[in-house]
Design a binder for this molecule. Sequence first.
Ligand SMILES: Cc1cc2nc3c(=O)[nH]c(=O)nc-3n(C[C@H](O)[C@H](O)[C@H](O)COP(=O)(O)OP(=O)(O)OC[C@H]3O[C@@H](n4cnc5c(N)ncnc54)[C@H](O)[C@@H]3O)c2cc1C
Length: 448
Amino acid sequence: MAYDPLISHGVSPSLPTAKSYWQATHKPVMLPPLSKKMSSDYVIIGGGYTGLSAAITLAEAGQHVTLLDANSLGFGCAGRNGGFILSGSGRLSLSAIEDKWGHAIAKGMQGEFEGAVNLLKQRITDFAMHVDLVEGPYLKLAHTPKQADMLCASAKHLASRFNVPSTPLSQKNITTRFGIKGAYGGVELKGACLNPLKLVSEYARIAKERGAALFYDSPAVDIEKHKKGYVVTTPSGSVSAKHMLIATNAYTPKRFHKSVDNKQFPVQSSIFVTAPLSNEQRTASGLTAPMSFMDTRMMKYYYRVLPDGRLLFGGRGAVTGKDSDNASQKQRLYRAMVKSFPALSGIAMDYFWSGWVSVSLDSMPRIFVDNMMTGNNASQTGYAMGYCGSGVSFAAFAGHRLAQQMMGNGDVDLSLPLYRSPLKTYPFAKARRLALRGLYQWAKVAER
Ligand SMILES: Cc1cc2nc3c(=O)[nH]c(=O)nc-3n(C[C@H](O)[C@H](O)[C@H](O)COP(=O)(O)OP(=O)(O)OC[C@H]3O[C@@H](n4cnc5c(N)ncnc54)[C@H](O)[C@@H]3O)c2cc1C
């Protein structure tokens, strides 16, 4: 049975990893489970990008760090995503942030989003990370004429107010270049993609080299608060630490810790990867080189050409974990691909998998340190999550910022909405799922 964060009792080490293209082409190292009592300055729960990146920053600053993950390396989103390196996180565009909080805050947020991409690229270079980084065009495609106008207006605004360059694309231009049907216009930006599972492997290598103690197949099953800190218990050991970082994102079990319970909504996204495209299919679809796409639907489709000439195509998944592998889910996504690329009709679907993305109630991720619970200078709990499906660069940056904040680093601009308040609390889980079903029904009609 697939993991479902709103129903299951937590990630267990026995859950299988995703049957993904990434897992089929790269085997992450096996890291040992915790089998003793340990003490540490910091304990990190969750070993995806957020947790490992926090471990790197803390270990580089000479802190003693222990990281626990419930399953194997890359079990969560970090091993399941599409590998798009996006400048941004959450669901609010820079223009929406500007409308809500003003230009100065929006510029500050832009600095953090661009900082995330820069940190990733810097680490790739500095640590000689092998992550199959490919650069190529990134196209945003409008699914209605109205969205085409809005996309164009927004591109102009981003160029003048935020210095983000892009090239407008007409409907004709898109059709002749890619044979794509159903796109009414778009914009082309600089894009980059990588292999997400190799990325998490590389983060683990670096965290280990910096001296962090990493334990996988070690779910945190109990968290106790003591005068001097926390004791986090796993099935075969425990870690006592002054400070605790929660980096479990959408895979956070229900009723886990009061700082994160009901603070994010896990929603599934699914991906399939085709067989390698033939030369005829490549020419007819215009998919001749590494490039990536995202559309303007609320339930977005995203796709990219992989370095070995396959097409990776993703979109929303099933509402519940038990339905994630249903044939109807695969067919729905496949139909959407054929609608865009009629030349690919009949191509084999070689891999299909799903993962949980963490959606925050107000579409803004949070990197938050809870001093209120414990008092200043005492032990602290911090968390970073709610990236709304945009975390390949940002989750690692969030882990880095969280570590900086917990060490008292004054460089973080705490006035930004990312930092200044905790995640908002959601209504009951059942109500969330009911609302999601309603939204998907609406999208079926409105976003054909
Ligand atoms: C299908 C899909 C496609 C996506 N595509 C993109 C993309 O192209 N670009 C992009 O920017 N973002 C994308 N994302 C989002 C991105 O993958 C995430 O934002 C990012 O991976 C979050 O990293 P993380 O480390 O916070 O969480 P995760 O990688 O999910 O790590 C959380 C970890 O917590 C562990 N855990 C849970 N409970 C416990 C416990 N009790 N004890 C110990 N450990 C525990 C889990 O085992 C897991 O390994 C996609 C997501 C999905 C699902």
